[in-house]
Each structure stands twice: as structure tokens, then as C-alpha cells.
Design a protein around this ligand. Structure first.
Ligand code: ATP
Length: 238
């Protein structure tokens, strides 16, 4: 890979008490790539994202973003540096409206382009525009996912970490979410996409890593992994 190295994870170990959830994984994300981390339930994908954003302590190994160590610092410190996560379960402010949630995403910003950025989010997700005054807690799962992604975009991320954005959504909503991830990437945002939906993730990504029981067992060009018989047998139901 060429280009600027945004994130580097090296021999990362993460445990929950005696349970080793991540056992020495290493991966890299370069600017303008879509990189996907795929794997079954419990493989350690979410734990990896939690560790790099400081939500779960790193036991050993390292994670760097733009050459600086991360992991020990809270996720809120990373947002101004352009590293933003959309967590599994979305985490919107349920008692605030769509519009207020989007404004919360921009609260660290001091520039005057916030309104223009809200319009950009509404262009990506017209459904949110129609419902701008509706409380986030009353939105459907897919709409909440859109809102969580929109809110993350409001902080103008350089590297967006998406934790299972398609989880629990209808096929139509999954299509919409993947479409938007693709257009976000085309707009120059680098994406690290954690997904159980291996087929969709590999179709979208440039490169991918396959995680199994806390370890990376395969990695490479996403389109090559998509036709790899081992990947097809284990993750694509063949
Ligand atoms: P999923 O797609 O189901 O979220 P995942 O690949 O993201 O799977 P993780 O959520 O990272 O997997 O879980 C990795 C392992 O760590 C699993 O065995 C899980 O049971 C365990 N684990 C996750 N969170 C905790 C926790 N808070 N306490 C104890 N064990 C945990």
C-alpha cells in the first residue's frame, strides 16, 4: 500500500478478566482506503475497535493513529484528531431530535460551516431531513444507524470506524447503509468497517482482514478474499 499510514495496530492483546478476546492482531489502515475487519460473532472485532478508541484497555501491543499512540486515551480526545467511531448499537441521544443529535456531532467545531454540513448529511440521508424534528429514540433501527453515521460525519472525520452498521437491518436498509458508506469513502473519508456481513463488506472494501477467535487468520485484497474458497465456505455460506 502507498499513501499516508493513518492507523497501525501491532500485536494487540485485549482481555476481559481471564478471557482473551484479542490475541495479538496487527493491521494497518492507509488514507483513502476502505478496510474491513470481518468475522463471526465473538471473533473480537468490536473489542478491537473498543481498544483502539480507549473504551477497553489494551493488555499489550500497540495502536497508533497518525504515528501517535492511542488506546489509553478516551474516545472524545480522538474526535478532534479526526478519529471517530460509530459504535455497535448506534448510541444516539434518544431524547434529542435528529437535528440536535447532528449538532452534538459538531460541538467541537469552531467553524461556521455547520449548517452546510447538516445539509450534506441530509443529502446523504433524505429520510433524516424529513424527520429532522423527530426524537432519536422514536426512530427505526435503520434510521438510528443513519443518524449515528450522520452525527459522526458532522465532526469531519479523517478515519471513520464503523462497528457493524448493517446489524439488525432489513435488506433494503442494508443496501442504503452500504451505499452511503461507499459515497462517504468517495468523498475522501477513510473507513475501517467491522462487519459480520462478509459478502457486502468485501464487495465494498479495498482490503480486508478475517478475524477468528481473537486472531487474524487471513488478509489481503478484498476482491481476492471474496472469491477465496476458504472465505466462501466459512463466511459466505458455500
Ligand atoms: P459480535 O459480532 O458478536 O459483536 P465481535 O467479533 O465483535 O462479535 P466481541 O464483541 O469483540 O466480538 O467479543 C469477543 C469476545 O469477548 C467474545 O468471546 C465475547 O463474549 C467477549 N466479550 C465481549 N465483551 C465482553 C465483556 N464486556 N465482558 C466479558 N467478555 C466480553
Amino acid at each position: 500500500m502507498s499513501g499516508t499510514l493513518l492507523m497501525k495496530v501491532d500485536d494487540l492483546h485485549v482481555s476481559y478478566g481471564g478471557i482473551q478476546a484479542v490475541k495479538g492482531i496487527s493491521f494497518e489502515v492507509f488514507e483513502n482506503e476502505v478496510v474491513s475487519l470481518i468475522g463471526a460473532n465473538g471473533a473480537g472485532k468490536s473489542t478491537t475497535l473498543k481498544a483502539v478508541t480507549g473504551l477497553q484497555p489494551i493488555k499489550s501491543g500497540s495502536a497508533t493513529y497518525l504515528g501517535r499512540a492511542i488506546g489509553g486515551q478516551g474516545a472524545w480526545n480522538l474526535v478532534p484528531q479526526g478519529l471517530v467511531m460509530v459504535p455497535e448499537g448506534r448510541g444516539t441521544f434518544t431524547r434529542m431530535s435528529i437535528e440536535e443529535n447532528l449538532l452534538m456531532g459538531a460541538f467541537i467545531r469552531k467553524d461556521a460551516d455547520v449548517d452546510a454540513d447538516i445539509d450534506k448529511v441530509f443529502a446523504l440521508f433524505p429520510r433524516l431531513k424529513e424527520r429532522r424534528k423527530q426524537l432519536a429514540g422514536t426512530l427505526s433501527g435503520g434510521e438510528q444507524q443513519m443518524l449515528a453515521m450522520g452525527r459522526a460525519l458532522m465532526s469531519r472525520p479523517k478515519l471513520l470506524l464503523l462497528d457493524e452498521p448493517s446489524m439488525g437491518l432489513s435488506p433494503i436498509m442494508v443496501d442504503k447503509i452500504f451505499e452511503v458508506v461507499e459515497s462517504i469513502a468517495k468523498q475522501g473519508v477513510t473507513v475501517l468497517l467491522v462487519e459480520q456481513n462478509a459478502s457486502r463488506a468485501l464487495q465494498l472494501a479495498d482490503r480486508a482482514y478475517v478475524m477468528e477467535s481473537g486472531e487474524i487468520t487471513m488478509k489481503g485484497d478484498a476482491k481476492a478474499l471474496l472469491v477465496d474458497p476458504k472465505v466462501r465456505a466459512a463466511y459466505l455460506g458455500e
